[in-house]
Design a protein around this ligand. Structure first.
Ligand code: PAD
Ligand code: ZN
Length: 376
């Protein structure tokens, strides 16, 4: 490609400081260094975790930054030593690193990569620098990805090659929300057929959980949200019933314990609110219920609960990216999607041109969207 080895000037949405609107700017994107890949982003989803980036609630954020982590695109060029990818390949950037060398990558139980934890500075590539510049200032990139830009650079351990015939559209959800929800159900909770499930929070992640509970053969799937406008979609996707905690004088955990005769088999917290995390644990079956923490709470949030809740036999777990090893699982899920084993378009309520990113975020903040996809 004629751009290989050169700086590319392109459009990106820059967040200069916390709680500011996205600013569409021309940026410069450096060529990929050794073991890096430069990608032309084609579509990217808007996730609540990006909003945690806007508000600066995540420790992974230092401004100025290019947010976005749920993208799909095409390889433009590769750095020295890259053998797995070539220009023209369709790829999904991975915020969850998989190096395949560290002890946790080699352990089937985990998807936390220690290569990343060991060396990488916040918002930087592994050599401690960034590939983005705007108006003479270096710009950080969010969680190893940074997809709110026409071009980005990622490490080869943060990229998955996907099938050539994949349409580059809603498949971007496999880069975050879908896999997070699916993995939470299939890998972290290991939901058994015939069981009862409850899902706190019916956003993109919660609905992906519902989809996977249904695929796993759950007989009862209870959706919980304070926004009743989310119920129709949740039922269309597989919820057997929905509850708005505001509609009852009883505590939501009390309601769920009563309605299930002792508690729910598997509870998924997909909000990231410390109160609903405790409610989720209390709603799980007293003797064998499992609660999976999926939603991300802000920095230094803590929860307190009566230890007896666990002594009776409950289990509490949590996972990033559903506990799925990113590089292994993403290509497989993309081929399942291409084989129509699940329908990602059901999670997409809005599609907007990239320039309308601020409108896209407003749709999420006001609870009007499930997932908005920006096309570049
Ligand atoms: P979203 O904002 O689209 O959905 C959250 C839903 O929760 C909305 O429908 C709200 O109405 C509802 N809600 C809010 N407060 C309450 C409450 N008190 N009681 C009941 N319902 C409530 O978010 P999302 O689906 O994009 O993401 C959900 C969380 O998951 C968020 O914290 C995000 O950061 C996290 C996440 N985690 C991972 C991971 O790897 N663990 C990946 C992606 C997202
Ligand atoms: Zn996400």
């Amino acid at each position: 490609m004629e751009t290989a080895g050169k700086v590319i000037k392109c459009k990106a949405a820059v967040t200069w400081e916390a709680n500011q609107p996205f600013s569409i700017e021309e940026i410069e994107v450096d060529p990929p260094k050794a073991h890096e890949i430069r990608i032309k982003i084609v579509a990217t989803g808007i996730c609540r975790s990006d909003e945690h980036g806007v508000t600066g609630e995540l420790k992974e954020v230092q401004f100025p930054i290019i947010l976005g982590h749920e993208g799909v695109g095409i390889v433009e060029s590769v750095g020295e030593g890259v053998t797995e990818f070539k220009p023209g390949d369709k790829v999904i950037p991975l915020f969850a690193t998989q190096c395949n060398q560290c002890p946790t990558c080699k352990d089937p139980r985990s998807n936390i990569c220690f290569a990343e934890k060991a060396g990488r500075a916040v918002g930087m590539m592994s050599d401690g620098s960034t590939r983005f510049t705007c108006k003479g200032k270096k710009i950080n990139q969010f969680t190893n990805t940074g997809t709110f830009t026409e071009y980005t650079v990622v490490n080869e351990n943060n990229c998955a090659k996907i099938e050539d015939n994949t349409p580059l559209d809603s498949v971007c959800l496999i880069g975050c929300s879908f896999t997070t929800g699916y993995g939470s159900v299939v890998k972290t909770a290991e939901v058994k057929p015939g069981s009862s499930c409850a899902v706190f929070g019916l956003g993109g992640v919660g609905l992906a959980v519902i989809m996977a509970c249904k695929l796993s053969g759950a007989s009862r799937i209870i959706g919980i949200d304070v926004n009743k406008d989310k119920f129709e979609k949740a039922k269309e996707i597989g919820a057997t019933e929905c509850i708005n905690p505001k509609d009852s004088d009883k505590h939501i955990a009390q309601l769920l314990l009563e309605q299930t005769g002792g508690g729910v088999d598997y509870v998924f917290e997909c909000i990231g609110n410390t109160d609903t995390i405790v409610s989720a644990i209390c709603s799980s079956h007293v003797a064998y219920g499992t609660t999976v923490l999926v939603g991300i709470s802000g920095v230094s949030k803590t929860i307190t609960f009566d230890p007896m809740l666990l002594i009776t036999g409950r289990t509490v777990k949590g996972a990033i990216f559903g506990g799925m090893k990113s590089k292994d699982s993403v290509p497989k899920l993309v081929s399942d999607f291409n084989a129509k084993k699940f329908d990602l378009d059901k999670l997409v309520t809005h599609k907007l041109p990239f320039d309308q990113i601020n409108e896209g975020f407003e749709l999420m903040r006001t609870g009007k969207s499930i997932r908005t996809i920006l096309t570049l």
